[in-house]
Design a binder for this molecule. Structure first.
Ligand code: GRF
Length: 214
């Protein structure tokens, strides 16, 4: 029996974070395998990539459900079939209902394109520009019952430039996302994360990021 972890990835669109996670699983950086890519949108671009990679895919179309709870119950039913150790939200543009979160306590990760708690919700890079922030970035966090709120696993910063456009900033943040998300998932499966309240303690010190004092 394999002792590798089992990861389900939820997407709604392009799926570039999904790709970065799958690549890190395939090259052995993450001690886990992708067991399902599930989308709430039948035409999500990332589905075709996952299928070409031989990963099982599923669509649970939210438009066919009577309520958020009913949709999430259908998603959880599908997830149970693949027995995931971890669920990674990767551009999954749905708020999770409490029952979904409670089905997988501290077993759901999300990536958000800002340094939380700044700029939760939609259009985070645009929010950072409009606010006049000098630094933004990305956050990988466990999912709790509030939007973009759970315990933070790691963050990477991205400086804003004068005259930054939303698209350019989002692209620079996305580069950091593709580094941060695989590292967070690697640490999860390496058993390096302990959760104390809303703090995630790394049991193995992470390498300093550029600009960090020793
Ligand atoms: C990323 O910026 C992620 O942080 C946000 O949605 C975007 C998804 O991009 N939640 P992709 O689908 O992973 O390319």
């Amino acid at each position: 029996m394999s002792d590798r972890g089992r990861v389900a990835i939820l997407i709604s669109g392009r799926g570039s974070n999904m790709q970065s996670l799958v690549r890190a699983m395939r090259d052995g950086t993450i001690a886990a395998d992708p067991v399902l890519v599930l989308s709430n949108k039948p035409r999500a671009e990332g589905l075709a990539w996952a299928e070409a990679e031989g990963i099982p895919t599923a669509v649970v179309d939210h438009r066919h459900a009577a309520s958020r709870e009913a949709h999430d119950a259908a998603v959880v039913d599908r997830l149970r079939e693949v027995r995931p150790d971890l669920i990674c939200l990767a551009g999954y543009m749905r708020l999770l209902s409490p029952a979904f979160v409670q089905a997988y306590p501290m077993r759901i990760l999300n990536i958000h394109p800002s340094l939380l708690p700044s700029f939760p919700g939609l259009h985070a890079p645009r929010q950072a520009i409009e606010y006049g922030a000098r630094v933004s970035g990305c956050t990988v966090h466990f999912v709790d019952e509030q939007c973009d709120h759970g315990p933070i696993v790691l963050q990477e910063s991205v400086p804003l430039r004068d005259g930054d456009e939303e698209e350019a900033l989002a692209a620079r943040i996305l580069q950091r996302e593709h580094h941060a998300y695989p590292e967070a998932v690697r640490a999860f499966f390496a058993g390096e994360l302990e959760i104390e309240g809303r703090r995630v303690v790394r049991t193995v010190p992470s390498a300093p990021t550029p600009g960090e004092c020793a």
